[in-house]
Unconditional design. Structure first.
Ligand code: ATP
Ligand code: MG
Length: 420
């Protein structure tokens, strides 16, 4: 079907368009069909004098949200939604919508999030919902463009694995033929192995699975993680890369997604770089928590309110960070990137010395024999390296000021939700 998208329509041409019946209006001598496609709303105008009565009747019988194809003549009409109207000579019903609808698509009555997620196909028809996913696509495109321009190679690592990345217990078990296996919680071990493989700079945009029983507005059980690992760079250098990436994405979204931002009512503030570096010792003082405690939600909030913009927490106690992080006395070369509302990314300079890595595994009560395939990569020439993992959904919700992380995923997976 050769169609013209509404954003590409020019007056005084014959067009064929298709979309969803947004609204019908009958003013006696003239009736209107507001037809919605991905780009916006089109006004189909039917003056009684110009359009045959059978056609007007046919249009009036259409149920809301039905899919139709319209052929007609375009006229400039500055009062219409996109500055034009179409006088139809043919209207074909392609798919009738049942009623009542599961959601109000005009956005006049906003349904609660659970109802919207249950009828996601209908919810995404709303411009304000669709905007989130147009921006999401742009964010991930720009992440790939930025990292590729910085010499990173995109890789894919396995999502079904035999061992935990960090020995944690928060894994989803799966049955793998006659064995138990797990959904991977992070590409960490594999991206590090690629440093031994000589790829030097890799990135992955892919799912990670966390079996934590959270029920918060910032946790999901399936996340899209943006992960990098780079040889011959240290923690400071990958932090700089991370803040440049964040800024790049904000600038690109501001430039490329103005209509979507408007649909969401968001005016984007581009963060300034470099972000502040705050020592763990300073952060716990602000949050009033004891040495050795991780920052919980209340602590993140306290520090976030104090700083008021993106910042890094550095100089973490070694016991709070995973075994593969390079220690420095009782501290380590790890960092978290924070938005005032929540953590966005964690990263570190990694251990590349085999003996030290085995020692650190043992100190975290992990069995080196479970990590054989990983440890082997450190025995035959492993360059120094560093990297981070950034949650795509958290980047989106903080950028757009969305209230709940579930808003940023088409089909979120949480403690209660595995369908649709
Ligand atoms: P938090 O302490 O906030 O639960 P984390 O420190 O356990 O996060 P990491 O293991 O450091 O998370 O993962 C790196 C990044 O991946 C996080 O900074 C976050 O952006 C994202 N991420 C991790 N787990 C989740 C989750 N359950 N839901 C949403 N994003 C997540
Ligand atoms: Mg973290």
């Amino acid at each position: 079907m050769k169609l013209t998208r509404s954003s590409a329509i020019v007056p005084e041409t014959d067009v064929t368009v298709a979309g969803w019946v947004h609204e019908l209006r009958d003013l006696g001598g003239i009736s209107f069909l507001l037809l919605r496609d991905r780009d916006g709303i089109m006004q189909i105008t039917m003056p009684k004098k110009k359009v045959p009565p059978e056609l007007v009747e046919h249009v009036r019988s259409l149920s809301r949200e039905s899919v139709v194809r319209v052929a007609g003549l375009v006229k400039e009409e500055l009062k219409a939604p996109q500055g034009f109207e179409i006088i139809p000579y043919e209207v074909e019903l392609l798919s009738a919508a049942e009623s009542p609808l599961p959601l109000d698509v005009t956005g006049k009555v906003r349904a609660d999030l659970d109802t919207r997620l249950d009828a996601r196909f209908m919810d995404v028809r709303l411009p304000a919902t669709r905007a989130i996913f147009l921006i999401r696509a742009t964010v991930l495109q720009e992440v790939r463009a930025f990292l590729s321009a910085h010499d990173f190679i995109e890789i894919q690592t396995p999502k079904m694995v035999a061992t935990a990345t960090e020995g944690g217990t928060q894994l989803f078990p799966i049955s793998y033929f006659d064995r138990e296996a797990f959904l991977n919680q992070s590409p960490q071990l594999y991206k590090q192995i690629m440093m031994a493989a000589g790829l030097e700079r890799v990135f992955e945009v892919g799912p990670i699975f966390r079996a934590e029983e959270h029920d918060t507005r910032k946790h999901l059980n399936e996340v899209t993680s943006i992960d990098i690992e780079a040889s011959f760079l240290d923690d400071r250098e990958v932090m700089e890369l991370l803040e440049e990436l964040i800024r790049h994405v904000y600038v690109a979204v501001a430039e490329r997604c103005s209509a979507s931002l408007q649909a969401l009512g968001v005016s984007l503030l581009i963060p300034n770089i470099p972000f502040k570096r705050i020592a763990y010792a300073e952060a716990i003082e602000t949050a009033d928590i004891p040495w050795g405690d991780d920052l919980d939600t209340a602590a993140e909030k306290a520090v976030g309110e104090e700083v008021g913009e993106h910042y890094f927490i550095v100089d973490w106690p070694v016991e709070l960070k995973p075994f593969y992080v390079q220690p420095r006395n009782n501290l380590c070369y790890a960092f978290d990137l924070m938005h005032p509302r929540m953590e966005l990314a964690s990263g570190a300079r990694r251990i590349h010395d085999y003996a030290l890595l085995v020692e650190q595994l043992a100190s975290k009560s992990l069995a080196p024999e479970n990590f054989g395939f990983y440890l082997d990569a450190f025995r035959f020439g492993m360059p120094p390296h560093a990297g981070w993992g950034l949650g795509a959904e958290r980047l989106l919700v903080t950028m757009l000021g969305l209230a709940n992380i579930r808003e940023s995923v088409l089909f979120p997976r949480d403690r209660r939700r595995i369908t649709p």
